[in-house]
Write a protein that binds this ligand. Sequence first.
Ligand code: NCD
Ligand code: ZN
Length: 351
Amino acid sequence: MRLPGLIDVHVHMREPGAIHKEDWDSGTAAALAGGFTTVLAMPNTNPPVTDAAGLAVALRAATIKARCDFGLFVGAGPDNTDQWAHLKTQIAGVKLYLDQTFGSMRLDDMTLWMDHFKAFPEALPIAVHAEGRTLAAVILMADLFQHPIHLCHVSRREEILLIRQAKDKGLPVTCEVSPHHLFLSTADIQRIGSGRSEVRPCLAAPEDQAALWEHLEIIDVFATDHAPHTLTEKDSDTPPPGFPGLETALPLLLTALHEDKLTIDDLVARLHTNPRRIFNLSEQPDTYIEVDESASWEIEAQHAFTRCGWTPFEGRAVRGKVAKVVLRGRTVFENGHLKTLPGSGRNLFPA
Ligand code: NCD
Ligand code: ZN
C-alpha cells in the first residue's frame, strides 16, 4: 500500500545539548524508518531555541545532519515577543509551554501569554502545551486574540470534551494526540516500570484513553512527541519524562487499522493532510512511503535507529511495516536500511 510521506509535527531532536540521547542524524534516521519524511522539531534543547542566534545554531546542526525534511519551532520566553515579526518566515511555528515539562521553558504569567498573542503575526502557527484548566485558559486566549492555536498531546477526557465544545463554537483550535496516549494508560505503568513510564502529559487513566478513541473525529493530528532519553536516565532516581515514538507510531496505528479502530482515511488525514494544512507545508508529489500492511512483527528497541536504546512498547506484537520511503523522488529507506546520507534533508522554512 502506498501512502503520502508522513509528517510528524512534534519531535525532540536533542541537538544542541544532549546528543547522547539523539541528534539530527539518529533522530531523522528514526523518522525515515517510521515512515516520516518531514519532522517539526521542538525548541527545548540546551540552550533552548528562543531567538535568531539560537535558531541559527539548531539549523546548522539540522542542515548538516538531517536525512528527512524539517522545520523548527522557536519557544516563547519571558522576553522574546520582539522576535516573531522577524522570524516568522524561517520557522515552522512558535511553541508555548504553559504546563510542567522537561526543560525550563514554562510560562506561568498570563500577561506574558497576552504579550505574545499580541505580537504573533497572523499566519504563524502556535503550538501549545497546556493541560486541564490551563487548556481552558489558552483556548479563551486564542478566542480573545482570534489567533489559531494547535493543542499538543491532548491526553484526557476533560480536555477532548472541552476541545469538542470549542470546535462546535467555531473557535480557532486544532489538536494532536500522541500514540502513547492512545495505546498506553496508567494500567501499563507497572509493566513498563515507574521511571520509564514518566512522560508529560502523564499516562492517563483507561477512561481517558477510551475517550480519545471515542472522539477520534475531534483529533486533527497524530504526533509522536518523540522525546528520547537514555535507559540509564529513565532508570535513575530522577527519571526525565519522555518516550521515543517515531519508529512505533505507524505500526501501532496500522495495527489499530487492522482491528477496525480507524480507517486508512482517518490515518492519512492525521499523519499527512491535516499536519500539512495546519503548518502551511507545501505538497511534495514525489514523496511517499510503501507499507507492507500484512507484515507481523514484534517491536524491539535493539532494531531501532533512535539512539535512546529503549521503547515503552518493547515486545508488543504489531501488524504493518514500512517497506520503502521515497523523498522528493529518491529512495531513502528500503527493507530496514537507510539509503541516504546525513545532510540530504531539506529545511522547509529557508530564510
Ligand atoms: C518532552 C521532552 O523530553 O523534551 N518530554 C515529554 O515527556 N513529553 C517535553 C515535552 O514534550 O514537553
Ligand atoms: Zn514534546
